[in-house]
Structure formats: C-alpha cells, structure tokens
Write a protein that binds this ligand. Sequence first.
Ligand SMILES: *Cc1c(COP(=O)(O)O)cnc(C)c1O
Length: 377
Amino acid sequence: MAVQQGVAVRAVARVNLTAIERNVARMRHELGAGAALCAVVKADGYGHGAVAAARAALDGGASWLGVAAAQEAAALRAAQIHAPILVMGALSAQELDVALGADADVIAWDERFVAAVAARGGGCVHVKLDTGMGRLGTRDSAAATRVAIAATATEGVVLAGAMTHFATADERGDAFFGQQLERFESWALPLKAQHPSLILHAANSAAALRDPAAHFDMVRAGVAIYGLDPFLEDPAARDLEPALELRSYVAAVKPIAPGQSAGYGRRFVARQPTHTATIPIGYGDGVRRALTNNGEVLVRGSRRPLVGTVSMDNVTVDVGTPAAAAVGDAAVLIGAQGEQRITAEEVAQRLGTINYEVTCALLPRVPRVYHRDGKPA
Ligand SMILES: *Cc1c(COP(=O)(O)O)cnc(C)c1O
C-alpha cells in the first residue's frame, strides 16, 4: 500500500487564528468607537477550540469573553487568560461557585440568586430582562429593576451590567426584533441613567450586523468571529473569513462496476463503471450521517459527490476516473481547494441546520491544528 506523504493525520480541523483576529477587528469596526466586543467562545469556541479562539479574539481587539457554562470560564482561567469573562448560562449552586471562583461575571434575574452570589463570596452580576427570547431572564421589567436594586444594595455584589438576548435577529425584516429592542431600551436606559457605569448589552452577531441601535455598550459576538455568517449566507459577502477547514485525505481509490455498492446498507449502487475514493473521516469525527448521498468533498480542486452511507470512520466519494484521485491526495470537506469552496453554510443547508451546529459537531477525535495564514502558529 502506498504511504502518504505530508499527511499528518487522517482528519484534521485547521484553524486560522489570524482569520479570527481579522473577523474580530472587522466586527469592532462595525461597532465604531462606542461599544466593546465580547467574543463568545462557548462550546469549545464553536468547535474551533476555546482557548486558542479566545486568545486570537483578544489579539483582534475583543475585551471580554463570553461562555455558557461555569466550567468553560474555569478552563479559560486555567489557560492563564485574564480578560473579563461573562458566564451567560444558568448556574446551579455548585456551578456558581466555579464561576465566581474563576472570577467570572454571572447573569441574574432573581433576588435569591443575588443573595447566593453574596453568600458565596460575592461577584459581579448582569441583570437579564427577557424581552422575548423566552429562555432565561425575567419578563417583568419591574422585577428586573428590583434585582438590579438588590445587587447594588448587597454587600460584595456589584451590579455590572444589564442585558437581553434577541430571538429573531437573524431573520431579516422581522418586526419582533424591533419590539425586543424597544422593550430593552425602555427598561435599561433609565436604569443606566441611575447607574452610569452599567454595561448595557443585547446584540449577538446577527443583531450587531443588522442594527447599530442594538450595540449599546457591548456586543456579544460568537458565530461571526469564526467567519461564519449569522444569516446563513456567504460569509464573504459580509467580509467574514471562515477560520476553520475540515480536511482528510484519499486513503484508497478503486474501480466500482455496475451493480457493486459502497457503504453500509448499499445506499449507493454504481449504475455505470466509475471509481470511488475512500476518505477516512466519518460521523465519529462529526461529519453528520445525514450527508449520506447528500454531500460533496473537494479532491484536486473538484467537487466530488459523497456516495453511500457516511460511516463512523469513513466516507466514499465518486471520483469518476482513476486519474481524478490518488492515494494521499488532500480531501476538503469544509474549506477551499483551487477555485472551489465548501462553506459550513453549504453543509448546514444540506443538513437543514445552521452553520453553528456544523462546527460545534466536530468531535474531539479531530485534532485542531492552528496556523496563521498558513504559517505554523
Ligand atoms: C451564544 C450567545 C451569543 C452569541 O451569539 P452569536 O449568534 O453566535 O453571535 C450571544 N449572547 C448569548 C446570550 C448567547 O447565548
């Protein structure tokens, strides 16, 4: 069997840290002078690696980091990252200890939670008004104000911020976004007038790109800093640069005669003589099985259809002639090769999901290899 030259691993996610830096700088430019950027690195940096993404985002001009879970904040601190961290998710008592122990700010919408923060040594809280997302926060603006007052009145607790989260920022022309914005403004602006140091924040990536009125003092941008488009369109159209490439290589090429099949369940049976290339990446790496007979892979700069069932460790593609692929050729599942480009948005469309889920789905078996515009990081 031929041994591959220059192919380090069977499947790899190459992440361009400089692209993350540029995406952050591009988002900051969008914000003008006023608002800070909180780079959201939850879920292992949307699959890109939280610590590396956090460092790149800070280098690119982010001043805060956002996570969902207390443990994610602790992991950033363990990597010697000292920037302010906001834990945006719900916290159990034990998790609150971990978050405060990591010196992270936490979200409050209940006076008892403020008391719990004080009882656990104190910390900074951001009060959350639920203006329409319907998940965390209180829908009652008077109750939210009471939580803010409780925070200022409680020894050891600092009222640091007031926030909300949009449900439809990525749906262009949707009127609900404006209603949420109005609800937030009518609660948060008077509160800020009384507490001028409050950090008001509401926007995710989509809201930040959609409406400057949603920027306030800080924007919480996740998906855009990875160069993924929050509207599921081509990221290049908004000057966003995908940071992640998912690559594997051609491990075998062989002829397949009419009537012969590839993969479990014989979901692909050749109708005419052709050649398949076997690529050692599968759903055990995060390449979703729903791409069965429904995907493309770049080999030698051409799009080749994924044929047959995606298995745990392999996929097969139809390359046509034996001259079209050789063992050791690079295979790109997300990323560019020659003139061709497969985006996470395209994969998401095929799967009926969003780009966020495509990169979050990448499993630990896929090593993340970092570089800076092609040079080793
Ligand atoms: C995940 C998250 C964000 C970031 O959203 P993007 O769409 O990735 O920019 C912002 N705010 C909250 C509360 C979140 O949970």
